[in-house]
Ligand binder design. Structure first.
Ligand code: SF4
Length: 345
């Protein structure tokens, strides 16, 4: 089966300031050699701390910002080689929903105009035909056609996000990217939107890439998850396996921060010491070595490669053994024991 999306070694660098009086320009390595894939009907979550590059990656996947290098293939077609006109045509099959349901809708437009906009650009047809599709999209997100002539300020945050989803889904895309799609919403509304996304996926086989720092939402909605740290994917695999038994030290810390109801006692939480290094000047070798309690001299000098570690998972850590390594033994790291110098809260 052809993958919906294939990403190989994608990088995005931003040049920052400099140039005057011979000062050298600094470069932010926002996305640093990311490879991913997505199948139809699948949901891939991308998680990590603020500034890890996940939102930049989401935009680069659609070429909303231009990647610096790497390959992106969408339904077998090379997105990077497309002309602006070809890219516009391809974009009707890939849509994006942003975090802020307040800022992403034009307050002067009615719901009908908002949802009609992508149709006019990508699927022009008679007014009556477009109106029927707009009404269908509103039915899908549970708002109904009676809201057609209302304005965004007349809706709650959850309802506005439903309008954003209707606008994205009206073109019946094959892929939807959600950049923190539920982060601005109340907990109960968040669950409604996640359930709505799940239902739409069951009915249409749309593939989702969901970027979020909300690990609970990611675990609920995703099939697979990729964990990012300073522009690189450090672990990737089936979401339940990664959350139940994280292998990379950074994933272990992230997962330990998710609140889990427990009958006996409180789950120990691992807390990282030190600041996230600046992407302007990322540490050499493993980017995580300045905060990793297990770091060795090798970690400071050599970049760990994202390798298959078995069970459909990949991780980038010198301490983990590759699945095809003849000397493969038990994983040296597991979440049964905390890294020696991590503090517990
Ligand atoms: Fe820690 Fe080294 Fe593994 Fe990086 S490669 S996560 S520094 S042990």
């Amino acid at each position: 089966m052809t993958a919906l999306l294939e990403v190989r070694d994608l990088t995005k660098r931003f040049a920052m300031g400099g140039g005057l009086f011979g000062r050298s320009r600094k470069v932010v390595h926002a996305v640093d050699g990311v490879s991913l894939s997505l199948q139809p009907g699948e949901t891939l979550g991308i998680v990590g701390e603020s500034g890890c590059g996940k939102s930049t990656l989401a935009r680069a996947l659609m070429r909303l910002i231009e990647p610096s290098s790497g390959a992106v293939t969408f339904r077998g077609e090379d997105l990077m080689a497309m002309t602006p006109a070809e890219l516009r045509r391809a974009r009707q099959h890939m849509q994006i929903v942003f975090q802020d349901p307040y800022g992403s809708l034009n307050p002067r437009m009615t719901v009908r105009q908002i949802i009609d906009e992508p149709l006019r650009v990508h699927a022009p047809a008679a007014d009556a035909v477009r109106l029927e599709r707009i009404a269908e999209a509103l039915d899908v997100v549970g708002l109904g056609r009676h809201v057609l002539d209302r304005h965004p300020h007349e809706f709650s945050g959850g309802q506005r996000q439903r309008i954003s989803i209707a606008r994205a889904m009206v073109l019946r895309p094959a892929m939807l990217i959600g950049d923190e799609p539920v982060s601005a919403l109340d907990v109960s509304v968040r669950a409604q939107i996640l359930n709505l996304l799940k239902r739409i996926q069951r009915e249409t086989q749309v593939g989702y890439v969901i970027v979020s720092h909300d690990l609970g939402a990611i675990r609920y909605i995703c099939h697979r998850v990729a964990v990012m740290y300073l522009g690189r994917v450090v672990e990737e695999g089936p979401v339940e396996t990664v959350f139940r038994d994280p292998q990379h030290p950074y994933t272990q810390v992230l997962v330990s921060a998710v609140p889990v109801p427990r009958v006996h006692g409180r789950k120990a939480r691992m807390v990282l010491t030190g600041e996230v290094p600046s992407p302007l000047d990322p540490p050499p070798g493993c980017h995580f070595h300045t905060r990793c309690p297990l770091a060795t001299a090798r970690c400071r000098a050599e970049v760990p490669v994202l390798r298959d570690i078995g069970g459909g998972r990949k991780a980038a850590c010198h301490l983990l053994t590759a699945a095809d390594d003849p000397a493969a033994g038990p994983m040296p790291i597991n979440n049964a024991g905390a890294p020696p110098t991590a503090t517990r809260a």
